[in-house]
Design a protein around this ligand. Structure first.
Ligand SMILES: [Zn+2]
Length: 374
């Protein structure tokens, strides 16, 4: 992957390249940000750049043999580590517990460099199981990184989601602290509070910010052949995440818009029986769709505040949605109430990720909204 394949993030790309060109390469870096912001894509571009034979001022060359191998994910000095689930059948006995998962990993990487954990766990067909990075993998990493570099360049380990390293992950501390020369760890994480402190404290943190909506819009047009208006709308509601933008784009925000207006009508009229029914229907959408719907709802609430404050020009809403917000919704809402509602939605989004009952949390949320809307 080249930097030009990573959506947006110009400032950060420049900073990363500059650090490599000036020889300020920290041997343990933690790329921290939502996977939809491109943290894994950036780590892969970084690994390719640092081993490129003809690196340019703003990107790897894309043509040398190192670049080619990186493209195909077969560079012998660039290793990947990721959460897996325990399997009964043994892979080839080289001590790599991920041996059975590489085919799916390559498949995932061909589909997207902006994957979500759920997407991965579904791909390996273990949705009901808890993933982890087992101690056997930590030992495997130590062993691999102790080997001499094949191509004479940097040895790079890209670990996706170090949040899944249990306490046994501490066997990595020594090698994280004093790796052999020209060895780099790139840890790609979403939630720093779930990473072992001992690991966190040994890393230089590289924060991956949101992607600008315009850049997401352009990427949707380029990657999906999306229609510009719809691409702009999905991008506006995606909270800086390319992955969420794709989800919103595919899930059809028209349906979300209908569900949202129903929800607000019932909440305004304190129709609790209706809200209970609504929560049941929404829960039937399933966990991922519900989470996407909540992201959509957050977007509409945020835009409504802008409209209420008279900043129409900044609103990213268009067509029916804009008319409904401007004429019916925004004039009737209470600003402080909306801020409370937004916080509550964020909390519920998190709880759903932790497997809370959808119907219960959605009904609770509906009561909260009903109370704070006006
Ligand atoms: Zn190259």
């Amino acid at each position: 992957m080249q930097f030009k394949d990573v959506i947006g993030q110009q400032h950060l790309k420049h900073k990363l390249i500059e650090s490599i060109r000036s020889g300020r390469v920290h041997h343990a870096q933690l790329f921290l940000g939502d996977s939809g912001h491109g943290s894994l894509a950036l780590a892969m571009a970084y690994a390719q750049y640092i081993n490129c034979e003809n690196p340019g001022e703003d990107d790897s060359c894309g043509n040398c043999s190192n670049c080619q191998k990186n493209y195909k994910l077969i560079h012998p000095d660039v290793h990947f580590s990721f959460p897996i689930v325990a399997t009964k059948s043994k892979g080839p006995d080289d001590g790599d517990p991920k041996a059975n998962f590489y085919a799916q990993w390559r498949e995932l990487m061909q589909e997207t460099a902006y994957p979500a954990y759920n997407e991965w766990i579904r791909k390996i067909g273990k949705e009901d199981k808890q993933g982890n990075i087992p101690v056997a993998e930590a030992r495997n990493i130590i062993r691999k990184l102790s080997l001499k570099s094949y191509q004479g360049g940097y040895k790079v380990l890209i670990m996706w989601l170090p949040e899944f390293l249990g306490n046994e992950g501490n066997v990595l501390l020594k090698v994280l602290e004093e790796p052999s020369p020209k060895t780099i760890f790139l840890l790609v994480a979403e939630d720093e509070s779930r990473i072992l402190n001992t690991i966190l404290s040994r890393c230089q943190i590289v924060r991956i910010p949101r992607i600008e909506p315009d850049e997401i819009k352009e990427a949707l047009i380029k990657v999906l052949g999306a229609e510009p208006e719809k691409a702009a709308q999905s991008a506006a509601l995606a909270e800086g995440s390319f992955r969420r933008a794709i989800e919103i784009y595919h899930s059809g925000e028209d349906n979300f818009f209908g569900a949202f207006t129903d929800w607000m009508r019932l909440s305004f009229s304190h129709d609790y029986a209706g809200l209970l029914n609504w929560a049941q229907n929404a829960a039937n959408l399933g966990k991922e769709n519900t989470k996407n719907f909540l992201i959509y709802a957050l977007g509409v609430f945020r835009e409504s505040l802008l409209v209420k404050q008279g900043i129409h020009s900044l609103s990213k809403l268009r067509g029916n949605e804009f008319e409904w917000v401007a004429e019916k919704f925004a004039p009737n809402i209470n600003q402080d109430g909306i801020i409370k509602i937004v916080n509550e939605i964020n909390e519920v989004h998190y709880l759903i990720g932790r497997n809370a009952s959808l119907k219960v949390v959605l009904f609770d949320l509906s009561l909260h909204i009903s109370k704070n809307l006006r």
